[in-house]
Design a protein around this ligand. Structure first.
Ligand code: SF4
Ligand code: F3S
Ligand code: FES
Length: 254
């Protein structure tokens, strides 16, 4: 019951170009945008390229732009649109198109590789790590990230500025640095990796002017700006401009 025909406009093409195509597709009660894209594939456009895995908002594969808003297709209910509305589905704009709704997100893997991993403290063996619950809770929020890259796609620093991509890690990876920098057991500083300095000098923290667009699109509702980027900026500023704090940090580390 309640089935109807929805008007879909879907971008089709590849790296050489493409166009929006119009389709009428059947919709059933309780369906999400990804269901309709799958029905479109099954009935009218068998070669339509779309990336997905879980259909449960957990794999981060089905990111796209729906009526211009970056969202997960599997978590966007059809009931949020009017039945007469045209629903436009386009690939993420910040990454190069491979085909149809599938983009090449390797920018993000490059950025991930540029950040040195957590370094365990040399003096502790497995089973000897101890952390305060409040420190565990803090990083727990960041670890909910499903790597959908919607925040990376949305941030205006790179969205229409290809030239900034080399110098800017993007919200997801600045958040990763913030998480490691807050980690009480991270031994990177003792190992010669100054996470605060590299956040500024190598990963472009200064490009972020805290517009919070990244936070608004995060399907995991992670407070990227308030809980990761702003605290990282504050601690980085302390380090850079306050010689006393800087000296204090040095002494405490010995
Ligand atoms: Fe997606 Fe949120 Fe992770 Fe960004 S922080 S990649 S929006 S889950
Ligand atoms: Fe970009 Fe988020 Fe900063 S959108 S500018 S990384 S607050
Ligand atoms: Fe896994 Fe949408 S299919 S998040």
């Amino acid at each position: 019951s309640g089935a109807y025909q929805a008007h879909f406009r879907v971008w089709r093409g590849d790296a050489d170009g493409g166009a929006l195509r119009d389709f009428e597709v059947e919709v059933h009660e309780g369906e999400v945008v990804l269901d309709i894209i799958h029905r479109l594939q099954a009935t009218q456009a068998p070669d339509l390229a779309v990336r997905w895995n879980c259909k449960a908002g957990k794999c981060g594969s089905c990111s796209a732009e729906i009526n211009g808003r970056p969202r997960l297709m599997c978590m966007t209910r059809m009931s949020v649109f009017g039945r007469a509305e045209t629903i436009t589905v386009t690939p993420m704009r910040t990454f190069p198109v491979l085909r149809d709704l599938v983009t090449d997100v390797s920018f993000n893997y490059t950025k991930a590789r540029e950040i040195p991993a957590f370094m365990p403290p040399a003096e502790l063996g497995p089973g000897e790590y101890r952390m305060k619950q409040e420190d565990v809770n803090r990083s727990q929020e960041f670890r909910k990230c499903i790597e959908c890259f919607l925040c990376q796609n949305t941030c205006h620093v790179v969205r229409d500025h290809e030239e900034n991509k080399g110098a800017f890690a993007g919200p997801r990876f600045l958040m990763r640095i913030a998480e490691l920098d807050m980690h009480p057991l991270d031994a990177a500083p003792a190992g010669g990796v100054d996470r605060k300095r590299t956040a500024q000098d190598e990963h472009g923290l200064g490009y972020c002017n805290i517009t919070k667009c990244c936070t608004e699109v995060c399907p995991e509702n992670i407070k990227i700006t308030d809980n990761a980027l702003i605290p990282l900026k504050e601690r980085t500023a302390d380090r850079k401009y306050d010689p006393l704090v800087w000296l204090g940090n040095k002494i405490r580390r010995r």
